[in-house]
Write a protein that binds this ligand. Structure first.
Ligand code: FE2
Length: 337
């Protein structure tokens, strides 16, 4: 007996039926006609592939042996390669145990032997959709949960950045700008999404270690004494200490800890040289310096962007990674700041 509640959920679903024999296609269509689905037919694997490219197919019902070299199993393999994960029902008169095992390993929902009865086909269709729906629900819940966690995570990062900014009124806007520049540069050098996200977070948090610098030094408008400068220079290591509690942020920590290293080895805290400096540190060094130069401070006006770009260029290979400088200065958003 068919559950009428599920019954209505099939209305309007698109099904692709593949069989070289028109008679079999007609039988499948006749058996399913009462459910008001949108049924697309194909008589070969290549026909089916064309249909799958043009239709949003929600269930595939395919014969195995068909004219030409390609079989229903080949179609199934092709679908999974093309990231088409619609439920799949195989119909065949000649199936080896190996075929069945392979088909099941690719997530085929049902294998039906010819000749088949209406109930067998209808049950297989209903259960394929039920499995597919519950899988989709699970997947959607999982994605929602990940998105929510990511939003919470980014809100926490922004909270950290705001905490630094609250002390000197400068760092928040500066960190946001460094983050934007770091995203542009990391995208331009072809980093993947995960590393671009790392650059975004590293930009926001690179100066988090300034939380450990007393306000008498942080807010001082005239030159720092060498003792005060030494305290200030401790902020990258302080950042690594603070962020060290979050081991999953190791690339962010690298960036924050090494954003004041110099390409020639005369920077701090570790005096690393060239490519010894973690990439995120080299990216941030340029973005940090450029943002700092074009921002007005109580003790000096903002530098004209073209002069700041020139300053970055002049310090290529001494302070900054020359390859990154070249790319940075070619970014349209940087050229037009
Ligand atoms: Fe810094």
């Amino acid at each position: 007996m068919i559950n009428t509640q599920i019954d209505t959920r099939l209305v309007g679903k698109t099904i692709l039926v593949i069989d070289d024999e028109k008679l079999i296609r007609d039988i499948v269509i006749a058996y399913l006609s009462e459910f008001n689905m949108n049924i697309v037919e194909a008589e070969s694997v290549s026909d089916a592939q064309a249909s799958l490219k043009n239709n949003d197919v929600e269930l595939i019902i395919s014969d195995i042996a068909m004219p030409g070299e390609e079989t229903g199993i080949d179609l199934l393999t092709w679908c999974r390669k093309e990231h088409i994960f619609s439920p799949f029902i195989l119909i065949s008169g000649y199936l080896t145990a190996e075929d069945v095992r392979y088909a099941l390993s690719l997530g085929v929902q049902h294998v039906i032997h010819k000749p088949f009865k209406k109930k067998q086909l209808v049950d297989a269709v209903f259960s394929s959709f039920a499995v597919s729906d519950s899988y989709n629900n699970l997947l959607n819940n999982y994605i929602e949960e990940i998105e929510l966690n990511q939003q919470l995570f980014m809100a926490a990062i922004d909270g950290f950045a705001a905490a630094i900014g609250a002390r000197d009124g400068y760092t928040l806007q500066h960190s946001e700008q460094v983050s934007d520049f770091a995203v542009l540069l990391s995208k331009k050098i072809g980093l993947d999404d995960k590393n671009v996200q790392t650059a975004r977070i590293a930009g926001k948090l690179h100066d988090i270690g300034k939380i450990g610098v007393p306000e008498s030094i942080l807010l001082k408008s005239n030159d720092l004494t060498s003792a005060e400068y030494n305290v200030m220079k401790g902020h990258p290591e302080k950042a690594a200490e603070i962020l060290g509690a979050l081991p999953s942020l190791s690339a962010v920590i690298d960036g924050a800890k090494h954003h004041h290293e110099r390409y020639d080895g005369f920077g701090y805290p570790d005096g690393l040289k060239g490519e010894e400096i973690p990439l995120m540190g080299r990216i941030l060094a340029i973005c940090d310096a450029f943002s700092a130069m074009i921002t007005e401070r109580p003790y000096r006006p903002a530098m004209q962007p073209e002069l700041a770009r020139e300053e970055i260029r002049v310090n290529s290979a001494t302070q900054f990674d020359p390859q990154l400088v070249k790319v940075f200065l070619s970014i349209p958003e940087i050229v037009s700041v």
